[in-house]
Design a protein around this ligand. Structure first.
Ligand SMILES: [Zn+2]
Length: 250
């Protein structure tokens, strides 16, 4: 949700930054010379250096396809990237790898079907929920919306205990259809006039029940707004959805 990489790649990033620190030490530095000596030993025969930083870092360089930095090191006049260039190289390599793993999980795990509709990104990025609720005092609203984003989709026929109507998706029924939540719904629709222009409000209210549930949850459907207008709309629509659920489940 916050668009951050997992903890292991963040530790790996630190290790790779430390590598740059070692190899850019002065040529006569003992630490640098020991590192290069052990690296050569490892490259010639991996069984000679089987534990510690050298095998670990070589594995990481291979994993992220960054071996160029140590290959360069063994040349008579090594061309080593600057600290800034190396940081960017490492960041891009790790981000690509993490985004690939993330995409793989999103596409193969059915638990994320609904999440992918709400957050159709091909790389790890903060969800709109985080942007809307960051530094917000109403964390309970954020928690409820996050739970809704990651819930499994249900398409079984169910009978509503409030209005005896058969529905397939409880969330859509509770938010947009059930008479039990009509007061909350009317209040929200009236309040939209304070947030949206008349034609924007009109195009939002023209959506069908499914879209009119997904759009206030943060799905990037029409109506598309710039971020300065999107955040207030979603702040209000998140409260609206949470109120609907509270009324519906009580
Ligand atoms: Zn109902």
């Amino acid at each position: 949700m916050v668009g951050l990489n997992r903890l292991p790649p963040r530790i790996e990033s630190r290790k790779l930054q430390f590598l740059h620190k070692i190899i850019t030490l002065p040529a006569g530095s003992v630490s640098r010379n020991i590192f290069i000596r052990k690296l050569i030993l490892f490259i010639n025969d991996q069984s000679l250096v089987s534990l510690g930083y050298i095998p670990d870092i070589c594995q990481l360089l291979l994993k992220y396809n960054l071996q160029g930095i140590t290959n360069n090191l063994l040349l008579p006049e090594p061309c080593i990237p600057s600290k800034r260039q190396w940081k960017t190289l490492v960041k891009n390599a790790i981000d690509n790898n993490e985004s690939g793993l993330w995409n793989q999980r999103m596409s193969t795990d059915s638990d994320f079907t609904f999440f992918c509709i709400l957050h159709p990104c091909t790389c790890i990025a903060p969800s709109i929920i985080y942007r809307v609720c960051n530094r917000s005092s109403v964390r309970s609203i954020m928690c409820t919306i996050v739970r809704l984003w990651t819930r499994p989709v249900s398409l079984e026929n169910e009978l509503c205990a409030h209005c005896n109507t058969i529905y397939q998706e409880q969330l859509v029924h509770a938010v947009c259809e059930c008479p039990a939540t009509s007061t909350v719904r009317s209040r929200f629709f009236e309040h939209l006039s304070n947030i949206l222009l008349p034609d924007e409000k009109h195009s939002l209210l023209e959506l069908d029940s499914v879209a009119l549930t997904l759009r206030p949850l943060g799905t990037p459907l029409e109506l598309i707004l710039d971020i300065d207008n999107e955040v207030p709309l979603l702040k209000n629509s998140f409260s609206y959805i949470v109120s609907c659920i509270q009324v519906y489940t009580n």
